[in-house]
Ligand binder design. Structure first.
Ligand SMILES: [Mn+2]
Length: 157
């Protein structure tokens, strides 16, 4: 996937965020990266990122991530982020895109179980989120809607 949107939104002489250098060597090439960053921007939200095809697919969750079954969270898909962003913590300066403080909230790995354009089921192995989770795309009200629901699935007996 393209990192053009990521690049276009940012001025790398001002933001400390990583430049999109394309594929880079991963510390553990055999696993797929999962991370959630807590982003205190104009509105506090949590950024879910899942590695897929060499980029981090990204969703902004306006409320706290679903640690328990039965909690459904809106997750708004945002631009793909480059590999390496999963380690980013820092302060994006005032006036820049996403101005505010980014901190790691959870990290680990994940395994896709089911992936189609409007539904993903996957197992997360993080410190805070563990188990099977689902992202389902909501029917768009207009063409720019990128709203998904993110929730934990019942654990298998
Ligand atoms: Mn964000």
């Amino acid at each position: 996937m393209s990192l053009k949107d990521y690049q276009a939104k940012r001025n790398f002489s001002k933001t400390p965020e990583p430049k999109p250098e394309g594929l880079r060597a991963k510390k553990k090439p055999e696993v797929l990266i999962y991370t959630i960053q807590r982003h205190q921007a104009s509105h506090l939200h949590f950024d879910l990122r899942l590695e897929e095809e060499g980029v981090l697919k990204s969703w902004a969750i306006p409320k706290s991530p679903p640690t328990e079954e039965g909690v459904k969270r809106l997750a708004v898909q945002t631009e793909d982020h480059p590999l390496g962003y999963e380690d980013f913590e820092g302060v994006i300066p005032e006036g820049e895109y996403g101005a505010g403080t980014v901190k790691l909230w959870d990290r680990g790995e994940y395994s896709p179980l089911e992936t189609d354009p409007s539904k993903r089921v996957f197992e997360i192995r993080g410190e805070k989120l563990k188990g099977r989770f689902c992202l389902i795309k909501l029917k768009p009200k207009d063409k720019d809607d990128k709203n998904w629901l993110f929730f934990k699935l019942k654990s298998k007996k």
